[in-house]
Design a protein around this ligand. Structure first.
Ligand code: ADP
Length: 815
């Protein structure tokens, strides 16, 4: 189909597409148009990676907006939201208004009312629905990217419920769901009442295969010699082979060497592989390439002072890089750009990159096909779907004759196994994970609290619209799980129920229904976007402090654990302010609160590595009195492990709030700078929620919680909170200013300029910005000299936190 023949789209679109080199629709795109995607029809498009799904989404959204509507594009990862936003902003010159909403669960969203297209994660959309964002009802088109992720245990249920809610709120809503090739696209289409485009067409041929011994074994049965030199790893051999120019007999280059993407199973492995492959790539670089790479390496070092930053810069200088969700966003962008510019020749990545960043390469190597899975207690094979998505990144249309994607086998048996398991296999069907309890807990409370359902039968009726209901065969199961969850929510005072007969009369032998209503606390929990179990844990912890706080003897021995587990909100309210009975609310330690939020199911705890146990156990017993709850007995293995892992996580947060260097923290806890950011952000959100819960319950601890929250937000001790809150200051500069005698915002505003300049180590531009943000009327530093009497600690180049808050949430469904 020629782009000129597109129905229902704005007049400017065909020319715009031609400018972009798109004259004809790809066949699956044409099929989508024929199925009515520009006419408002629901559509499920299951097509391979890199086959033009984004254009299908754009056609649907632009046609819908042209009819006077408003579109929503749901992304699976926050990291992809800005990517998509940038893509859709190309339409702003035609008057389209694009907004992105990735903030941290807060309830604003009013400004999005004026946008034509909104990009958001499913968590964000769920939160907007719960908070009654009025523009949700104006939506005419919703597109979900990577809808096969409804299969993801962590995040799938939110996507599933959110789609069901949007469709119920707005029965005329056009739903477009984009998916990788999956086994049961038809089921998704049935669930969404949608037309189906199910295709395995690709714009560039893909040859899958396995490297074993000295050859590449391809799926068509052919073999291609690919020798491994002595002492060389197979992956290095494949990368080296890809770099090589193909020449004819006279030595003319017939095909230029190309780039490789190597997928591995952990961040650490990505880093190690990049370092090693640098030595493979380096000899192939021209002088000019080396110079340009050195410049990029310098930019990378500028981004952060952490070791990861140095490691990345070192690798990039050699033409290799790693890419994972622990990187700051600036790092990721520098790497992706350098790869697309063909300067970086090999990127070693965890599968984040496969999920949607458009970085095709000549060859893809799937080096690791197993990864560690904590819930299974060991290494587990990746799904066919995941491996095929990674493989799909092979081949750059217009640049390569075809793409090659290879797995790596170390034995003949493994060669056979990999062919069976991945090369010849079809992706598995997608299955709903909604029946998992944490998911149902959260969504049932939200559904009742926002008035979507007011009775047990109404709730069941709503849940019938989910994929789970359409897939489950076991009769009565949904009902059973729902009843368990309702009991839990009631016991914790989040819900109230009242039995009545189905007709509303209170007598007779009719079947009985149960009326459901959220309590005020339940509404708060739902609005805060907390897992109800996190809320219960936080309430328990705060309550425990009010009763036992700071009391050295207040340990497990004298607390009835069943009692602790089911403290209800009303009990806490009754105990609220009982400072004389228990701990002084002002004595709650920051560590106690960090531990409390770290042990909720909403925080991804740090793993305990081998050797950690002893170290943290000792530290735990030293500081037990600060914790808001009784330490479980060591005989309760799982609970104790969990408690200890939360303690380790809490310690990381405490270190951050004690101004420990970012670099020291990454080393001490074995994490990346993006992880610190992720933990800090989650802690900030959970402590904010704890503050709201404390106020709701009239507990006297809100002030202490607030202090711990602002400290972790800025990564500083108490005395620096105000200074660090001035824009452009941050934790390190705040400390230097403080040491120079400037202790708060007002003092900063009135401070002698030479002192400020000296404290900021002579950096005029920085000093001017900081003074301006502090409200100084004349921030100019012209002619000012640093005060020689101010001495500043010399440390590494003073970088501030790696990423802006809110940019990276690496803890979400990523590794
Ligand atoms: P997917 O989302 O399916 O992984 P993308 O939408 O990112 O793939 O498309 C991959 C590339 O193909 C993009 O660079 C896009 O510009 C290009 N593309 C999409 N449709 C066409 C088309 N009809 N003709 C030429 N190029 C196209």
């Amino acid at each position: 189909m020629d782009v000129a023949d597109l129905p229902d789209v704005p007049d400017w679109l065909p020319d715009h597409l031609r400018e972009d080199g798109i004259e004809e629709l790809y066949p699956p795109q044409a099929a989508a148009v024929e199925a009515g995607v520009t006419a408002g029809e629901n559509l499920v498009a299951a097509i391979p990676t890199a086959s033009g799904k984004t254009l299908v989404a754009e056609l649907a959204m632009l046609a819908s907006v042209a009819r006077g509507g408003k579109a929503l594009y749901i992304v699976p990862l926050r990291a992809l939201a800005s990517e998509k936003q940038a893509e859709f902003e190309q339409f702003e010159r035609y008057g389209l208004d694009v907004g992105v909403s990735t903030g941290n669960y807060e309830s604003e969203g009013g400004w999005l009312a004026d946008k034509d297209v909104v990009v958001a994660t499913s968590e964000k959309v769920d939160s907007l629905v719960r908070n009654d964002a009025p523009w949700i009802e104006d939506l005419t088109c919703v597109v979900t990217d990577e809808v096969h992720l409804v299969d993801d245990g962590e995040r799938g249920p939110t996507l599933e419920v959110t789609l069901a809610k949007l469709r119920r709120l707005n029965p005329d809503l056009q739903t477009v769901a984009l998916s990788a090739t999956i086994g049961n696209a038809g089921e998704l289409a049935d669930w969404l009442d949608a037309e189906l485009v199910d295709s395995d067409w690709r714009p560039i041929d893909l040859k899958k295969g396995v490297h074993y011994g000295q050859a590449l074994h391809l799926e068509d049965g052919s073999q291609q010699r690919l020798a491994v030199q002595s002492g060389e790893k197979q992956t290095a051999a494949v990368v080296r082979d890809t770099l090589r120019d193909d020449t004819d007999e006279e030595g003319n280059v017939v095909e230029e060497g190309g780039s490789s993407l190597v997928f591995v199973n952990s961040r650490r492995n990505a880093e190690a592989a990049a370092e090693r492959l640098g030595s493979t790539v380096r000899p192939h670089l021209t002088d000019d390439e080396r110079d340009r790479l050195a410049e990029i390496a310098a930019e990378i070092r500028e981004v952060s002072d952490a070791e990861t930053s140095d490691d990345l810069a070192d690798a990039v200088a050699d033409g290799a890089a790693f890419h994972h969700a622990g990187l700051a966003r600036d790092h990721r962008e520098l790497v992706e750009d350098a790869f697309r510019d063909r300067l970086v020749k090999v990127v070693c990545a965890t599968p984040t990159l496969a999920a949607g960043v458009n970085t095709p390469s000549r060859r893809v190597v799937v080096r690791d096909w197993r990864r560690y899975d904590g819930s299974a207690g060991g290494m587990q094979p990746l799904s066919v779907l995941e491996v095929h998505q990674m493989m799909g990144r092979a081949g750059r249309p217009g640049l390569d004759p075809y793409g090659e994607a290879v797995l790596v086998a170390s034995s003949h048996d493994e060669l056979d196994e990999l062919f069976e398991r991945y090369v010849w296999a079809d992706p598995e069907p997608v299955r709903s994970k909604l029946a998992a309890e944490p998911a149902l807990r959260t969504h049932i409370l939200a559904t009742v609290s926002s008035g979507f359902a007011r009775s047990r039968s109404g709730l069941l009726e709503f849940l019938e619209r989910t994929l789970y209901a359409s897939q489950t065969e076991e009769s009565g199961r949904l009902e059973r799980v729902v009843d368990d969850v309702l009991t839990y929510l009631e016991r914790n005072d989040f819900l109230e129920s009242e039995a009545r007969s189905a007709s509303g009369q209170s007598s007779g032998d009719e079947p009985r229904d149960v009326e459901l209503d959220a309590t005020s606390l339940g509404h708060t929990v739902s609005r805060l976007y907390l897992d109800p179990m996190s809320a219960a844990e936080i309430i328990d912890g705060l309550e425990y402090w009010t009763r036992h706080g700071g009391d050295e003897a207040g340990t497990a021995a004298e607390t009835d654990p069943t009692d602790a587990e089911f403290t209800t909100a009303s009990e806490l309210a009754a105990n609220g302010g009982g400072a004389e009975a228990g701990g002084d609310p002002d004595d709650i330690s920051a560590l106690g609160l960090y531990h409390l939020v770290s042990r909720t199911p909403d925080m991804y705890e740090l793993y305990l590595r081998s050797g950690d146990r002893e170290e943290y156990e000792m530290a735990l017993y030293e500081r037990e009195a600060e914790l808001l709850g009784p330490t479980p007995s060591e005989f309760e293995e799982d609970r104790f492990e969990d408690w200890l892992a939360a303690f380790k996580t809490g310690r990381l947060l405490e270190d951050w709030a004690e101004e420990v260097d970012e670099d020291t923290i990454t080393e001490r806890y074995g994490v990346g700078p993006g992880d610190i950011r992720g933990k800090v952000e989650t802690a900030q959100w959970l402590l904010g929620a704890a503050e709201s819960l404390a106020s709701e319950l009239d507990a006297d601890v809100a002030r202490a919680v607030s202090r711990a929250r602002t400290r972790v937000e800025h990564g500083v001790r108490e005395e620096l909170v105000e200074l660090a809150g001035v824009r452009g200051v941050g934790r390190k500069r705040a400390r230097r200013l403080f040491d120079a005698g400037i202790t708060d915002r007002a003092e900063l505003r009135d401070a002698p300029k030479p002192v400020v300049l000296a404290a900021l180590r002579g950096r005029r531009k920085t000093a001017e910005t900081v003074l301006e943000n502090a409200g100084h009327r004349d921030p100019s530093m012209e002619g000012v000299e640093p005060d020689p009497d101010v001495t500043v600690a010399v440390d590494d180049e003073g970088s501030e936190p790696t990423a802006e808050p809110g940019e990276d949430q690496s803890s979400l469904g990523d590794f």
